[in-house]
Design a protein around this ligand. Structure first.
Ligand code: NAD
Length: 495
């Protein structure tokens, strides 16, 4: 079976069809065309938003634990189709199969989390300064949540947003990456199956609009979209953030990272090697949390970097559907060109190992390790490919300063067995990132914690902890249960 036939079969099993249209879907596995799909015009995006808004007006009154039941049914569909959807993710964006399946597992995990959360959407009760008064906070649904997703997490990021937004009482409009529309069609079909079994979901509760930037812009500019949750590059966030702010909408931005790790002299080097190798080479360097900068202490630099170079030359590159493959393809030729531009610049500043193209259909590369004496030039940018810049350090304070000396602030890590160093790294004066790990690489976050980053990463938080609050509005209620009307701050206003 060709990859196109496999994709069609998987879609069929999940209740979806490709259809026909002007957007070609390709597989990075061999560059072949999987099929075509229709794109939504800006007018169709606006129609989808209007339908979602009508659905919201009904959905907001459904008790939250009952809304949770819909998410529980969605979770059942995902469990039943984990293999199909995981494989489709691998076919459409080139992730190795275990990572494609892992992405669906993240969807399952966030649905489980959201079902429990649907009974815990709590506010505070606050004492009042006035007698026979009580203050409380309530959290109410926001409205339509617009979800814009990137190619590299074509299904999990929708689920992080959708599961929470739905139990919080919102309706959804999803604009997936134009590089991964088939995964979106499959997820939408699974949602519709869950909604049909639920029986009481209003029409239009979760809409899908396939398209590229123009469709995204229509979503961003529509005043009925109360929250735009946008995942992608810093350039996308720079365009989206101000447009949403101009209409006083809310945005939740999950943008690019330029993540670093420190290998301290006391580190368990075996553990550090695996942590660094997975974080830097996994997903062929195409995660927002991919490790891109590595600071290795002078005392362990030579032995550690020698082992790392050996891992870089021995890693298995090839078809992501084949067992044993660790590195699949880059998403497209554009990604390869960006990688080569960064490496060309790096050649003038350091020593480049690897980074060459592998001769086979699709865009496959050997991962690149670049020894740099300073953090300059391409090291300061996110190149969405497997390029790791390695630098020496002697003093932890300056390594932390270098960790923080880039524009992005997503993920970071230290490998150490020294308690003082570990605590220094996670303290207020340590890493300035949204994620700061000890003895774990920069990638592979669990859904229980809040996920996101600072500075040019956009400041948004998704997934676990109290991230649900981003999908709700807070109302402060003061209730007078007495017969007099004392005014706040002792103000007197006697008529
Ligand atoms: P991208 O910015 O090219 O596209 C992301 C999405 O934004 C796509 O759906 C695209 O159509 C849409 N888009 C682009 N410009 C837009 C505009 N002006 N208005 C509205 N929508 C617009 O990103 P990509 O290449 O798909 O993904 C890779 C990038 O995403 C990397 O920078 C990576 O770090 C980042 N990313 C971040 C996270 C995170 O959680 N922080 C997660 C995954 C990926």
């Amino acid at each position: 079976m060709t990859l196109g036939e496999q994709a069609a079969t998987l879609l069929g099993r999940m209740g979806a069809r490709m259809g026909h249209g002007d957007l070609a879907c390709t597989s990075p596995i061999d560059g072949s065309t999987l099929g075509t799909v229709a794109q939504a015009s800006p007018a169709e995006v606006n129609d989808a938003i209007a339908a979602a808004h009508r659905a919201f007006l009904a959905w907001r009154s459904v008790p939250a634990p009952h809304r949770g039941e819909l998410v529980r049914l969605l979770c059942e569909e995902l469990r039943a189709h984990k293999d199909d959807l995981g494989r489709l993710v691998s076919i459409e964006v080139g992730k190795v199969l275990s990572e494609g399946l892992g992405e669906v597992q993240e969807m399952i995990d966030i649905c489980d989390f959201a079902v429990g959360l649907s009974r815990q959407l709590h506010g505070l009760t606050i004492v009042s300064e006035r007698s026979e008064h009580r203050m409380m906070e309530q959290w109410h649904p926001l409205g339509v949540v617009g979800i814009i997703t990137a190619f590299n997490f074509p299904v999990a990021v929708w689920a992080w947003n959708a599961a929470l937004a739905l139990v919080c009482g919102n309706a959804l409009v999803w604009k997936p990456s134009e590089k991964a529309p088939l995964c979106a069609l499959a997820v939408q079909a699974l949602f519709e199956r869950a909604a049909a079994r639920f029986g009481e979901a209003p029409d239009g509760l979760s809409k899908l609009v396939v398209g590229a930037r123009e469709a995204g812009k229509a979503l961003v500019d529509n005043p009925r979209v109360a929250l735009v949750s946008a995942t992608g590059s810093v350039a996308m966030g720079r365009a989206v953030g101000p447009r949403v702010a101009a209409r006083f909408g809310r945005s939740l931005l999950e943008l690019g990272g330029n993540n670093a790790a420190i290998v301290a002299p006391s580190a368990d080097l075996d553990l550090a090697l695996r942590g660094v190798a997975f974080a830097a080479m996994g997903t062929a360097g195409q995660r927002c949390t991919t490790l891109r900068r590595l600071f290795v202490h002078d005392w362990v630099y030579d032995p550690f970097v020698a082992r790392l170079k050996a891992a870089y030359t021995s890693v298995t590159i090839g078809d992501p559907l084949e067992p044993g493959t660790l590195l699949g393809p880059l998403i497209d030729e554009g990604a390869f060109a960006a990688m080569q531009r960064a490496l060309d610049e790096a050649r003038n500043l350091g020593i480049v190992h690897g980074g060459k193209r592998v001769a086979r259909a699709g865009v496959y590369v050997r991962p690149a390790l670049v020894e740099m004496s300073e953090q300059v030039g391409p090291v300061l940018d996110e190149t969405f490919a497997p390029v790791l810049y390695v630098m020496r350090y002697t003093d932890l304070g300056s390594a932390i300063a270098l960790n923080n000396a880039v524009a992005q602030g997503l993920s970071s890590a230290i490998f150490t067995t020294d308690l003082r160093e570990a605590e220094q790294f996670v303290a207020a004066t340590g890493s300035d990132c949204g994620i700061a790990n000890v003895n774990i690489g920069t990638s592979g976050a669990e859904i229980g914690g809040a996920f996101g980053g600072e500075k040019e990463t956009g400041g948004g938080r998704e997934s676990g902890s109290d991230s649900w609050r981003a999908y709700m509005r807070r109302a402060t209620n003061t209730i007078n249960y007495g017969r007099s009307l004392p005014l706040a701050q002792g103000v007197s206003f006697e008529l």
